[in-house]
Design a protein around this ligand. Structure first.
Ligand code: FES
Length: 112
């Protein structure tokens, strides 16, 4: 079941930019593409935990600022020769507001 929470306006994130949302399960990087698509991934590179939110976005991918791995914003998978993945989160835009699916971290809090 989905449980979406409003995390801000689309214009709070510049095109090809990212913002970090702190959750009980760690930081989530929310990316806005040049096409105004929005994607959300754990803000930890699958290589050595680099902050993907500080990476360079290109198309539907982001290049990690630490060692230049390229991660798909759609799937969280490392691209090219690199292997590994990062968790993705359901996110959508409605009426200009960005809505993030918090059902997973709601369950995590309930389980504590
Ligand atoms: S930590 Fe991201 S490429 Fe190494």
């Amino acid at each position: 079941m989905s449980d979406f929470v409003d995390i801000g306006h689309l214009d709070d994130i510049p095109p090809e930019g990212a913002r970090v949302v702190k959750t009980p399960l760690g930081c989530i990087a929310v990316f806005r593409t040049s096409e105004d698509e929005v994607f959300a991934l754990d803000d930890r590179c699958p290589h050595k935990g680099g902050p993907l939110s500080n990476g360079i976005q290109h198309g539907r991918s982001v290049t990690c600022p630490l060692h230049n791995w390229v991660i798909s914003l759609e799937t969280g998978q490392a691209e090219g020769a690199d292997e590994g993945s990062v968790a993705t989160w359901a996110v959508k835009v409605e009426g200009g507001r960005i809505l993030l699916d918090r059902s997973r971290f709601s369950r995590a809090v309930a389980a504590e």
